[in-house]
Design a protein around this ligand. Structure first.
Ligand SMILES: [Zn+2]
Length: 57
């Protein structure tokens, strides 16, 4: 609903960017999508929640 429609013709499911992040606890690399940067994500390995903006790979 809040998506700005600034790219006509751009595939809607391509508006998310995957970025690499590193878990600050176990150092596991994983990908977070751009819409997940606004909230904490959970590490797939150690299950700890962390802020992806502060832990980019
Ligand atoms: Zn982890």
């Amino acid at each position: 609903m809040t998506d700005p429609q600034h790219c006509p013709g751009f595939e809607s499911n391509k508006s998310l960017t995957a970025i690499k992040v590193v878990c600050p606890v176990c150092k596991a690399e994983m990908e977070a999508f751009s819409d997940e940067l606004e909230k904490q994500i959970t590490c797939s390995q150690c299950k700890k929640a962390f802020d992806p903006k502060a832990n980019k790979a």
